[in-house]
Design a protein around this ligand. Structure first.
Ligand code: SAM
Length: 277
């Protein structure tokens, strides 16, 4: 199959990419775990993590589902998942679109992955098929177009950096505001959208989210500058790295409907015999 991804961090040197992924995990894991708990992750459940990254979520899921459960982790690069080489884990290296997984899952989790893919609908259609009826999908994706500087210093530099991020995604055929389109996309594809939550990160300099943004800037500095929106100086301004930043995440909880009318779906879903959903 033709390569459908052109992942921007693909060429980032491994140790530095691992550090960046660990920052992503420390910024977002606790909220993700709360969502996965609320979705009812339990002993014996079958779960899929698409874009498993450095693996903290599949590791955490494995502890929840226990030896009778299943955790599949798929990533273009599985270098950081080498410890997940025993049940309940199965790690698959490659593009999820090529993975051809026949297992049916109770729960699928995707975080910070679809924004990097030019064919997110193809991924979501494939997810719909891998979910058992009533199974649950949790997606956490950013919208960079509404990121803005907070605080008083160097707002112009920070805002130019944010514009550079958006232009970079657009120049690659990707949508910097991907998260905003998620609920309608999911509905159009046949999911039942149960809930959409918005996280607006508003943190002082040195917050975990600010550290993620700074690590991404270090990795993608030339690409940001190539957009013509931001200068070297903008990217290096101490405020850009340390002061308040806002980013915006839409978190969507959706389910694969049972084959009934809309109302019946909700009814059946609530009375599903498994704990997930
Ligand atoms: C920004 S990282 C996020 C990692 C992890 N989901 C997290 O939030 O900690 C995106 C990850 O998705 C993977 N990825 C992107 N597109 C993918 C695809 N089509 N199939 C499998 N993995 C993909 C990348 O290799 C990378 O590890």
């Amino acid at each position: 199959m033709a390569k459908e991804h052109n992942y921007i961090f693909e060429t980032h040197e491994n140790n530095r990419e691992l550090q960046r992924l660990r920052l992503v995990e420390s910024a977002f894991d606790s909220a993700s775990e709360t969502r996965l708990r609320a979705a009812g992750i339990c002993r014996g459940a079958a779960c899929l993590e698409i874009g498993a990254g450095a693996g903290s979520i599949p590791r955490w899921m494995g502890d929840r589902v226990g030896p009778s459960g299943l955790i599949f982790g798929v990533d273009l690069n599985t270098t950081y998942l080498s410890d997940l080489n025993r049940p309940p884990w199965t790690v698959i290296e490659g593009d999820f679109l090529d993975a051809n997984i026949s297992t049916r899952f109770d729960l699928v989790h995707i975080r910070y992955v679809l924004i990097h893919n030019v064919k997110p609908n193809a991924i979501l259609s494939s997810v719909l098929k891998t979910l058992r009826p009533g199974g649950c999908l949790i997606i956490e994706e950013p919208d960079f177009t509404v990121a803005q500087a907070g605080g008083s210093g160097h707002r112009a530099e920070i805002d130019r950096t944010h514009r550079a991020i958006s232009r970079m995604f657009e120049s690659m055929g990707l949508s910097p505001d991907f998260a905003a389109s998620l609920p309608s996309r999911l509905r159009d594809l046949g999911f039942l959208v149960d809930r959409v939550e918005i996280d607006r990160h508003f943190g002082p300099g040195g917050s975990q989210v600010a550290k993620v943004m700074a690590a991404s800037t270090d990795a993608l500095r030339e690409r940001y500058i190539a957009t013509g929106e931001a200068t070297q100086n903008d990217l290096d301004t101490p405020s850009g790295r340390q002061e308040i930043r806002c980013t915006f995440y839409a978190n969507t909880h959706a389910t694969r409907p049972h084959r009934h009318s809309h109302n019946d779906v909700r009814h059946n879903h609530r009375h599903s015999s498994t704990s997930i959903g």
